[in-house]
Write a protein that binds this ligand. Structure first.
Ligand SMILES: [Ca+2]
Length: 336
């Protein structure tokens, strides 16, 4: 049976684009706060922000739901980042990240808020220092380690590899015969020092060793993870810069998250020249063939491992460099 009915011509068809006629939002209603080492309103800091140790929290409250865009850009066109939504409020954290490499840098920048059917609001500001993602809000992510003392796990001393514990909460070294060093020649795009693991064996092997962060010695990490706004593995991304010597054809990067929900690994054959940012959702980490579903807590038997391995074939020599290990919420560090 087929039913026929006529449409009421006054009935709204499709979503309403413009806000209601009495909607009003002015530049003074937009809140832009500096968050981090030197918190305060951007307007009270001469519209200047150092992205070394700080970021911006951009907030707005509308009385109704509408479409919005926040477009952050370097005045010289070198970097841009767009946040979009359809909601009755905005609460965005930004730390100098862009949609693609390179990041924002010291110089002149601007923020444009576009609201459906309204004139855009433009705020010019100055970036005083290049971003380092220190003190990022857990709603944005967690910088685990950048080997320059900005992550939640600081290294003991710049350039020095020392796996002793104590105040500095350095980490573990299970790379019994491998050389584990902190280097700064040919740095990653994140700059400064990075982790280097290299080894050679008389017989071919799959596994050379692991260095990382041990929950036995750093239970504080559980409290840091607790602040994440979600524990769904498909909403959390792991980002890390990786580089390796291409004369060793079978080097692989092997990342491990061993948490209270199980031990999960992510392996990739290291077959590219130079530094590359690997960004994968935590669902790419697998226990056997099972992808991580929920990101677990961190207890005494938990650890994060940065491992040197051989893939697709066993090898007698391998080398890998890691820098800037960071969890981001809701998407990868770069959009593209
Ligand atoms: Ca670094």
């Amino acid at each position: 049976m087929i039913s026929l009915w006529s449409c009421d011509p006054l009935e709204q068809v499709g979503p309403r684009i413009c806000p209601s006629v009495d909607f009003k939002f002015e530049s003074s209603d937009l809140t832009i706060d500096i968050v981090g080492d030197n918190p305060g309103a951007l307007s009270e800091n001469d519209f200047e922000v150092s992205l070394a140790g700080n970021g911006l929290n951009i907030k707005a409250d509308f009385s109704e739901e509408l479409k919005w865009n926040i477009i952050l850009s370097m005045k010289d066109g070198s970097a841009e980042k767009v946040y979009s939504g359809e909601s009755d409020s905005i609460d965005v954290f930004w730390y100098g990240n862009s949609k693609a490499y390179p990041m924002f840098k010291t110089g002149d920048a601007s923020l444009k808020l576009e609201l459906a059917c309204q004139d855009p609001i433009i705020v010019d500001f100055k970036i005083l220092n290049d971003p380092n993602f220190k003190n990022v809000d857990p709603k944005f992510g967690i910088l685990i380690r950048d080997w320059d003392m900005n992550g939640v796990f600081p290294i003991q001393e710049l350039g020095q590899t020392d796996f002793g514990w104590g105040e500095t909460k350095e980490g573990f070294n299970w790379a019994t015969t491998a050389d584990v060093t902190y280097e700064n020649n040919d740095p990653s795009p994140a700059g400064g020092y990075y982790l280097n693991i290299s080894d050679s064996k008389s017989n071919p092997v799959w596994y050379y060793g692991t260095t990382g962060i041990d929950g036995n010695n750093y239970s504080d990490f559980d409290e840091i993870l607790e602040e994440l706004p979600t524990f769904q593995a498909n909403e959390l991304w792991f980002n890390i810069y990786v580089k390796g010597d291409q004369s060793f054809e079978n080097t692989s990067m092997e990342l491990e998250w061993s948490t209270t929900s199980g031990r999960y690994t992510y392996t990739e054959h290291l077959n590219w020249e130079g530094w590359k940012l690997i960004s994968v959702p935590l669902t790419s980490f697998k226990n056997g063939t099972d992808p991580m579903d929920v990101f677990g807590g961190f207890n005494g038997s938990s650890y994060i491992g940065f491992q040197l391995g051989s893939q697709p074939l066993q090898s007698t020599q391998a080398q890998i460099s890691f820098d800037f290990a960071m969890i981001t919420v809701g998407g990868p560090l770069f959009d593209e």
